[in-house]
Each structure stands twice: as structure tokens, then as C-alpha cells.
Design a protein around this ligand. Structure first.
Ligand code: PMP
Length: 305
């Protein structure tokens, strides 16, 4: 990953990819206090465009605010950095990684006067779980790891350290022969995947967990709008794992995962055991939207040129 051509935006300047380095005493590397985003740019009808750039940047600043980190750039500057990262790497489509981290000015939890740094990297990244997953759906296992409690680590923030929990859950799922984990909240209700929000469909209504133990996903929000456009009702509520077992359809959403159908959970086939009709419509509309083919939501696309 580190050994490639291209440039990375680093504290206001484009630096060669291989030289975008930081010291081993970088505070965030030791304690995980940092925040980041995952953003995608698509090859749209109007030219390469970043999807929901403003919302991702707003969430980055919210995450930093929650973690008491002051980003030394404006939102406009970070938006421009993301456009430039795609443009200057000549990427027709891209995954973008803005990240905010503490420098190496001090060590220990009591360190003060730490400098806040920001990077934006961009690279080509296809379907997160492979093209087949988008069509056939994936196998999911309920995790033995509990998702964060709101008073342990704050789920509104997309914080680096939160992903220890995600990685443990994902490793467990993969080693058990599944493609992704479904994490439950501290009370045992369905929260989300390791890097995705979860939805189910039952009797024509779409359900998703409330925002207590899951990230406020931007794709989740996109699905709310697209479902409404299709005349479908979305209800946020507590969901139990057996409700997922007997759902007609289930799917994950995320910037990386896009709209990934779930075909099996804990050895139980979900609905038809493949991508269901509601998931198919939403996935199609999602891809039309990110590629600039949905006239109703062109405001979500920011061209990089
Ligand atoms: N939950 C978690 C834990 C995630 O990491 C992500 C990916 N950012 C999501 C949900 C989905 O969020 P979004 O749709 O904004 O990418």
C-alpha cells in the first residue's frame, strides 16, 4: 500500500505517496485517538464526482469535535483536498481516506499540546466484498463481540480505535467461513456490521436499527431518501437477531460495501437466499444515483474537475 506512485494530501500539501510518512511515536498510533472517513468518487455521467462529499466532511468534523480534536483546516479546505486527491492521482473512480491524527509531540495519555494532522489519500478500489457479493449476497455470522456501548466509546464518531472491535468481529466471522459479522449492542439487539449498517425487509416495510449503537451511516441516510422516492417505508427500531432470521430480505449498506445483500445469517437462509426484489431496486437506484443517472439527487455529486 505504501509503495506506489501518486500523491497524498498531507497538512495542506501534496506529497509523493512514498514520502507521506509519520514518526513511530505518533500519538494516534499508540492509543487510537484519531478520526477518519471513507468516501467514494465515481465515474459519473458528469465526470468523476465525489458522492456526498459535504456530508462526509461534516461527519469528519463532528467526529473530531466529539474526540476533542481541533482540525486546523476549514471544511472547504478539506473538501478541496479531497477533490484534489482524486484529480491529481488521475483516478476515474476512487476510495478516499481523510484521516485526522495526533502527532508525536508527546507521549502518554496526559500528553498536551499535541499537533493535529490531516491526510487525504485516494486510490482505486472496486467492490468491497467482490462483484459477486453485490449480486448473490453474502453469508453473515452473529459476532461473539459486542458493539460499543455509548458510554464506552461514542458511536457517533468514526474513530480509529473503534475499529479494533470491528476487526475482531470480522476476523472471527471470516475464520468461521462467513463473509461478514453482525454485531449486537450491549443489550443484545442488532447494531451493525463491522463496517456497514444493516437493513431488513419484512412484508414490504424496511427496518433498520436506531442510532444508539451504530454509526450514522451516510449510505444509510441515502437509502432513507431512495426508499422514500420509491414509495417504500423505512422504520428505525430495535431489531432482534431472530427478526433478521425471518426477514424477507436483508442487506448491508456502507460507502465501501455500497448495498450488499445478505443471503444467510448464522446458517439460516434469508428469504429467497439471494438478492431480494426490494434490495435489487434499492441497489440499482443507489448505483444510478452515485453515477449521476438519478436526476433527483444530482446535488449529492461534487465533480473533481
Ligand atoms: N458502520 C460502521 C462501523 C462503518 O465503519 C461504516 C463505514 N463508514 C458504516 C457503518 C457505514 O457508514 P457509511 O455509509 O457512512 O459509509
Amino acid at each position: 500500500m505504501a509503495d506506489r506512485d501518486g500523491v497524498i494530501w498531507f497538512d495542506g500539501e501534496m506529497v509523493p505517496w512514498r514520502e507521506a510518512k509519520t514518526h513511530v511515536l505518533t500519538h494516534t498510533l499508540h492509543y487510537g485517538m484519531g478520526v477518519f472517513e471513507g468516501v467514494r468518487a465515481y465515474k459519473a455521467e458528469q465526470g468523476t464526482s465525489i458522492f456526498r462529499l459535504k456530508e462526509h466532511t461534516n461527519r469528519l468534523f463532528d467526529s473530531a469535535h466529539i474526540m476533542n480534536m481541533t482540525i486546523p483546516f476549514s471544511k472547504d479546505e478539506i473538501n478541496e483536498a479531497q477533490r484534489a486527491a482524486v484529480r491529481e492521482n488521475n483516478l476515474p473512480s476512487a476510495y478516499l481516506r481523510p484521516m485526522v491524527f495526533f502527532g508525536s509531540e508527546g507521549m502518554g495519555l496526559r500528553a498536551s499540546n499535541l499537533k493535529v494532522h490531516v491526510i487525504v489519500a485516494a486510490w482505486e478500489w472496486g467492490a468491497y466484498m467482490g462483484a459477486e457479493a453485490l449480486e448473490r449476497g453474502i453469508k453473515v455470522r452473529t459476532s461473539s463481540y459486542t458493539r460499543h456501548h455509548v458510554n464506552i466509546s461514542m458511536t457517533r464518531a468514526k474513530a480509529n480505535g473503534h475499529y479494533i472491535n470491528s476487526m475482531l468481529a470480522l476476523q472471527e466471522a471470516l475464520s468461521g467461513g462467513a463473509d461478514e459479522a453482525m454485531l449486537l449492542d450491549p443489550e443484545g439487539y442488532v447494531a451493525e456490521g463491522s463496517g456497514e449498517n444493516i437493513f431488513l425487509v419484512k412484508d414490504g416495510v424496511i427496518y433498520t436499527p436506531e442510532l444508539t449503537a451504530c454509526l450514522n451511516g451516510i449510505t444509510r441516510n441515502t437509502i432513507f431518501h431512495l426508499a422514500e422516492d420509491l414509495g417504500l417505508k423505512v422504520v428505525e427500531k430495535r431489531i432482534t437477531r431472530d427478526e433478521v432470521y425471518i426477514a424477507d430480505e436483508a442487506f448491508f449498506t456502507g460507502t465501501a460495501a455500497e448495498v450488499t445483500p445478505i443471503r444467510e445469517v448464522d446458517g439460516r437462509i434469508i428469504g429467497c437466499g439471494s438478492r431480494g426484489p426490494v434490495s435489487t431496486r434499492l441497489q440499482q437506484l443507489y448505483f444510478d444515483t452515485v453515477h449521476g443517472r438519478n436526476a433527483k439527487h444530482l446535488e449529492w455529486l461534487t465533480p473533481v474537475r
